[in-house]
Ligand binder design. Structure first.
Ligand SMILES: Nc1ncnc2c1ncn2[C@@H]1O[C@H](COP(=O)(O)OP(=O)(O)OP(=O)(O)O)[C@@H](O)[C@H]1O
Length: 250
Protein backbone atom coordinates (compact mmCIF):
# COMPACT_ATOMS: atom_id res chain seq x y z
CA UNK A 1 0.00 0.00 0.00
CA UNK A 2 1.19 3.55 -0.71
CA UNK A 3 2.39 5.84 2.08
CA UNK A 4 0.65 9.19 2.42
CA UNK A 5 2.27 12.58 1.95
CA UNK A 6 1.89 15.76 3.97
CA UNK A 7 2.63 18.04 1.05
CA UNK A 8 -0.73 17.84 -0.73
CA UNK A 9 -4.29 17.34 0.39
CA UNK A 10 -4.74 13.74 1.47
CA UNK A 11 -8.18 13.65 0.03
CA UNK A 12 -9.90 15.48 -2.80
CA UNK A 13 -13.56 15.04 -3.64
CA UNK A 14 -14.87 16.56 -6.87
CA UNK A 15 -18.37 16.79 -8.26
CA UNK A 16 -19.80 14.00 -6.13
CA UNK A 17 -23.43 13.07 -6.70
CA UNK A 18 -25.48 10.45 -4.91
CA UNK A 19 -28.87 9.19 -5.78
CA UNK A 20 -30.78 6.32 -4.23
CA UNK A 21 -33.17 4.33 -6.37
CA UNK A 22 -35.94 2.86 -4.23
CA UNK A 23 -37.08 -0.27 -6.04
CA UNK A 24 -39.73 -0.96 -3.39
CA UNK A 25 -41.28 2.47 -4.11
CA UNK A 26 -41.85 1.99 -7.83
CA UNK A 27 -38.32 3.13 -8.74
CA UNK A 28 -38.53 6.43 -6.83
CA UNK A 29 -35.23 8.32 -7.07
CA UNK A 30 -33.88 10.31 -4.12
CA UNK A 31 -31.16 12.86 -4.80
CA UNK A 32 -29.08 13.06 -1.64
CA UNK A 33 -25.98 14.80 -2.90
CA UNK A 34 -25.42 17.18 -5.76
CA UNK A 35 -21.99 18.33 -6.93
CA UNK A 36 -20.12 18.05 -3.64
CA UNK A 37 -16.43 18.96 -3.57
CA UNK A 38 -13.95 19.14 -0.70
CA UNK A 39 -10.28 18.86 0.17
CA UNK A 40 -8.78 17.50 3.34
CA UNK A 41 -5.22 18.02 4.54
CA UNK A 42 -3.03 15.91 6.77
CA UNK A 43 -3.60 16.77 10.44
CA UNK A 44 -6.91 18.46 9.71
CA UNK A 45 -10.34 17.68 11.10
CA UNK A 46 -13.12 18.76 8.75
CA UNK A 47 -16.58 18.58 10.29
CA UNK A 48 -19.62 17.97 8.11
CA UNK A 49 -22.56 20.15 9.04
CA UNK A 50 -26.12 20.44 7.86
CA UNK A 51 -29.57 19.27 8.82
CA UNK A 52 -30.59 15.69 9.47
CA UNK A 53 -30.94 13.76 6.22
CA UNK A 54 -28.69 16.06 4.19
CA UNK A 55 -26.27 13.24 3.41
CA UNK A 56 -23.47 13.45 5.99
CA UNK A 57 -23.37 9.73 6.82
CA UNK A 58 -23.89 8.92 3.16
CA UNK A 59 -20.68 10.79 2.29
CA UNK A 60 -18.70 8.85 4.91
CA UNK A 61 -20.13 5.58 3.60
CA UNK A 62 -19.10 6.49 0.05
CA UNK A 63 -15.58 7.25 1.27
CA UNK A 64 -15.46 3.92 3.07
CA UNK A 65 -16.74 1.93 0.12
CA UNK A 66 -20.06 0.98 1.73
CA UNK A 67 -21.97 2.99 -0.88
CA UNK A 68 -21.10 3.07 -4.56
CA UNK A 69 -19.66 6.24 -6.10
CA UNK A 70 -22.01 6.74 -9.05
CA UNK A 71 -20.80 10.10 -10.27
CA UNK A 72 -17.84 12.27 -9.31
CA UNK A 73 -14.32 11.65 -8.12
CA UNK A 74 -12.80 10.72 -4.77
CA UNK A 75 -9.03 10.78 -4.88
CA UNK A 76 -6.47 9.86 -2.20
CA UNK A 77 -2.99 11.32 -2.49
CA UNK A 78 0.14 9.34 -1.65
CA UNK A 79 3.85 10.11 -1.93
CA UNK A 80 4.09 7.84 -4.92
CA UNK A 81 0.87 8.70 -6.69
CA UNK A 82 -2.88 9.08 -6.45
CA UNK A 83 -5.61 6.55 -6.01
CA UNK A 84 -9.08 7.08 -7.45
CA UNK A 85 -11.69 5.40 -5.30
CA UNK A 86 -14.50 5.49 -7.87
CA UNK A 87 -12.55 3.09 -10.08
CA UNK A 88 -11.02 1.00 -7.30
CA UNK A 89 -11.65 -2.71 -7.89
CA UNK A 90 -13.74 -4.35 -5.17
CA UNK A 91 -10.88 -6.58 -4.01
CA UNK A 92 -8.67 -3.55 -3.24
CA UNK A 93 -11.05 -2.10 -0.64
CA UNK A 94 -10.03 -4.65 1.99
CA UNK A 95 -6.39 -3.51 2.00
CA UNK A 96 -7.41 0.14 1.83
CA UNK A 97 -9.57 -0.22 4.95
CA UNK A 98 -6.89 -2.20 6.73
CA UNK A 99 -4.06 0.27 6.06
CA UNK A 100 -5.40 3.66 5.00
CA UNK A 101 -9.01 4.48 5.88
CA UNK A 102 -10.34 3.99 9.41
CA UNK A 103 -13.98 4.43 10.36
CA UNK A 104 -15.71 4.89 13.68
CA UNK A 105 -19.33 4.10 12.90
CA UNK A 106 -22.25 5.21 15.03
CA UNK A 107 -22.75 1.74 16.43
CA UNK A 108 -20.46 -1.20 17.11
CA UNK A 109 -21.09 -4.14 14.82
CA UNK A 110 -20.83 -6.88 17.39
CA UNK A 111 -19.22 -10.17 16.50
CA UNK A 112 -20.79 -12.77 18.80
CA UNK A 113 -18.49 -14.37 21.42
CA UNK A 114 -15.45 -12.18 20.65
CA UNK A 115 -14.10 -10.42 23.76
CA UNK A 116 -13.97 -6.60 23.80
CA UNK A 117 -10.18 -6.53 23.94
CA UNK A 118 -9.97 -8.83 20.89
CA UNK A 119 -12.45 -6.64 18.99
CA UNK A 120 -10.19 -3.66 19.67
CA UNK A 121 -6.85 -5.29 18.78
CA UNK A 122 -8.12 -7.00 15.61
CA UNK A 123 -7.15 -4.14 13.21
CA UNK A 124 -3.53 -4.48 14.36
CA UNK A 125 -3.51 -8.28 14.08
CA UNK A 126 -4.94 -7.95 10.57
CA UNK A 127 -1.71 -6.15 9.64
CA UNK A 128 0.42 -8.88 11.16
CA UNK A 129 1.32 -6.97 14.36
CA UNK A 130 2.67 -8.80 17.40
CA UNK A 131 -0.17 -10.18 19.54
CA UNK A 132 1.19 -9.15 22.96
CA UNK A 133 1.92 -5.59 21.75
CA UNK A 134 -1.51 -5.34 20.15
CA UNK A 135 -3.23 -6.54 23.33
CA UNK A 136 -1.24 -4.05 25.38
CA UNK A 137 -2.26 -1.17 23.12
CA UNK A 138 -5.90 -2.30 23.16
CA UNK A 139 -5.91 -2.44 26.97
CA UNK A 140 -4.28 0.98 27.22
CA UNK A 141 -7.00 2.48 25.02
CA UNK A 142 -9.82 0.72 26.88
CA UNK A 143 -8.39 1.97 30.17
CA UNK A 144 -8.15 5.53 28.83
CA UNK A 145 -11.77 5.28 27.76
CA UNK A 146 -12.70 4.16 31.28
CA UNK A 147 -14.08 0.78 30.26
CA UNK A 148 -14.06 -1.26 33.49
CA UNK A 149 -11.38 -3.95 33.40
CA UNK A 150 -13.90 -6.68 34.29
CA UNK A 151 -15.52 -6.09 30.87
CA UNK A 152 -12.37 -6.43 28.76
CA UNK A 153 -12.60 -10.22 28.44
CA UNK A 154 -16.36 -10.23 27.78
CA UNK A 155 -18.09 -9.97 24.38
CA UNK A 156 -19.58 -6.46 24.07
CA UNK A 157 -23.02 -7.67 22.86
CA UNK A 158 -24.59 -7.08 26.28
CA UNK A 159 -22.67 -3.87 27.10
CA UNK A 160 -24.53 -0.56 27.50
CA UNK A 161 -24.71 1.78 24.49
CA UNK A 162 -21.92 3.98 25.85
CA UNK A 163 -19.71 0.99 26.70
CA UNK A 164 -20.16 -0.46 23.21
CA UNK A 165 -19.36 2.89 21.67
CA UNK A 166 -16.12 3.12 23.66
CA UNK A 167 -15.08 -0.32 22.37
CA UNK A 168 -15.93 0.96 18.89
CA UNK A 169 -13.84 4.12 19.39
CA UNK A 170 -10.86 2.16 20.69
CA UNK A 171 -11.09 -0.14 17.64
CA UNK A 172 -11.30 2.86 15.32
CA UNK A 173 -8.32 4.72 16.79
CA UNK A 174 -5.97 1.81 17.47
CA UNK A 175 -5.01 1.40 13.81
CA UNK A 176 -3.77 5.01 13.46
CA UNK A 177 -5.00 5.11 9.86
CA UNK A 178 -3.88 8.20 7.91
CA UNK A 179 -7.51 8.98 7.04
CA UNK A 180 -10.14 8.58 9.74
CA UNK A 181 -13.91 8.89 9.31
CA UNK A 182 -15.88 9.69 12.46
CA UNK A 183 -19.67 9.27 12.50
CA UNK A 184 -20.92 10.77 15.78
CA UNK A 185 -18.27 9.08 17.93
CA UNK A 186 -19.26 11.02 21.06
CA UNK A 187 -23.06 10.73 20.76
CA UNK A 188 -23.68 8.26 23.59
CA UNK A 189 -20.82 9.27 25.90
CA UNK A 190 -20.73 11.13 29.19
CA UNK A 191 -18.71 14.34 29.55
CA UNK A 192 -15.56 12.64 30.89
CA UNK A 193 -15.41 10.16 28.02
CA UNK A 194 -16.22 12.86 25.48
CA UNK A 195 -13.09 14.61 26.73
CA UNK A 196 -11.06 11.43 26.15
CA UNK A 197 -12.30 11.22 22.57
CA UNK A 198 -11.48 14.89 22.00
CA UNK A 199 -7.96 14.18 23.32
CA UNK A 200 -7.65 11.15 20.98
CA UNK A 201 -8.66 13.35 18.05
CA UNK A 202 -6.06 15.95 19.08
CA UNK A 203 -3.34 13.28 19.24
CA UNK A 204 -4.39 11.94 15.84
CA UNK A 205 -4.11 15.46 14.38
CA UNK A 206 -0.62 15.77 15.83
CA UNK A 207 0.32 12.49 14.07
CA UNK A 208 -0.92 13.97 10.79
CA UNK A 209 -4.18 12.04 10.58
CA UNK A 210 -6.71 13.60 8.23
CA UNK A 211 -10.21 13.36 9.71
CA UNK A 212 -13.68 13.87 8.37
CA UNK A 213 -16.32 13.82 11.07
CA UNK A 214 -19.94 14.30 12.08
CA UNK A 215 -20.52 15.81 15.53
CA UNK A 216 -23.91 17.12 16.53
CA UNK A 217 -22.71 18.35 19.93
CA UNK A 218 -21.71 21.97 19.34
CA UNK A 219 -19.20 22.03 22.17
CA UNK A 220 -17.38 18.97 20.78
CA UNK A 221 -17.56 20.41 17.29
CA UNK A 222 -15.94 23.65 18.37
CA UNK A 223 -13.16 21.81 20.12
CA UNK A 224 -12.25 19.44 17.27
CA UNK A 225 -13.14 21.21 14.03
CA UNK A 226 -10.47 22.99 12.03
CA UNK A 227 -13.10 23.75 9.38
CA UNK A 228 -16.80 23.19 8.92
CA UNK A 229 -18.28 22.00 5.65
CA UNK A 230 -21.99 22.82 5.47
CA UNK A 231 -23.72 20.34 3.18
CA UNK A 232 -26.80 22.55 2.91
CA UNK A 233 -26.95 24.98 0.01
CA UNK A 234 -26.73 23.46 -3.43
CA UNK A 235 -26.03 19.91 -2.39
CA UNK A 236 -29.53 18.53 -2.73
CA UNK A 237 -30.84 16.78 0.37
CA UNK A 238 -34.42 16.55 1.47
CA UNK A 239 -35.68 19.45 -0.64
CA UNK A 240 -34.53 17.64 -3.75
CA UNK A 241 -35.84 14.34 -2.46
CA UNK A 242 -39.28 15.77 -1.81
CA UNK A 243 -39.25 17.52 -5.20
CA UNK A 244 -38.53 14.19 -6.87
CA UNK A 245 -41.24 12.59 -4.79
CA UNK A 246 -43.77 15.22 -5.85
CA UNK A 247 -42.71 14.81 -9.46
CA UNK A 248 -43.17 11.06 -9.18
CA UNK A 249 -46.75 11.61 -8.02
CA UNK A 250 -47.70 13.99 -10.82
N1 LIG B 1 -29.27 2.96 1.59
C1 LIG B 1 -30.14 3.95 1.40
N2 LIG B 1 -31.24 3.79 0.63
C2 LIG B 1 -32.11 4.80 0.46
N3 LIG B 1 -32.00 6.03 0.99
C3 LIG B 1 -30.94 6.23 1.78
C4 LIG B 1 -29.96 5.23 2.03
N4 LIG B 1 -29.00 5.75 2.84
C5 LIG B 1 -29.39 7.02 3.09
N5 LIG B 1 -30.54 7.31 2.45
C6 LIG B 1 -31.25 8.59 2.48
O1 LIG B 1 -30.33 9.60 2.21
C7 LIG B 1 -30.60 10.77 2.98
C8 LIG B 1 -29.34 11.15 3.73
O2 LIG B 1 -29.09 10.22 4.78
P1 LIG B 1 -27.84 10.36 5.75
O3 LIG B 1 -27.91 9.27 6.75
O4 LIG B 1 -26.62 10.50 4.93
O5 LIG B 1 -28.17 11.76 6.45
P2 LIG B 1 -27.39 12.55 7.58
O6 LIG B 1 -27.13 13.91 7.06
O7 LIG B 1 -26.22 11.75 8.04
O8 LIG B 1 -28.51 12.60 8.71
P3 LIG B 1 -28.44 12.54 10.32
O9 LIG B 1 -27.84 13.84 10.75
O10 LIG B 1 -29.89 12.44 10.70
O11 LIG B 1 -27.65 11.33 10.69
C9 LIG B 1 -31.78 10.42 3.87
O12 LIG B 1 -32.93 10.97 3.29
C10 LIG B 1 -31.79 8.90 3.85
O13 LIG B 1 -33.10 8.42 4.02
Amino acid sequence: MHSMTNARPRLTVNGLHKQFLLHGQGGLEIDVMHDLSLTLQAGECLVLAGRSGIGKSTLLKMLYGDYRIDQGRIRLHFDDGDLDLETLPTYAWHGLRRDVIGYVSQFLRVVPRVAAVDVVMEPLLARGADEADSRQRAETLLARLNLPERLWRLPPGTFSGGEQQRVNIARGFIGEHPLLLLDEPTASLDAANRDVVIALIGEAKARGTAMLGIFHDEDVRERVADRLLPLDGNQGGLSNASQHYRESLS
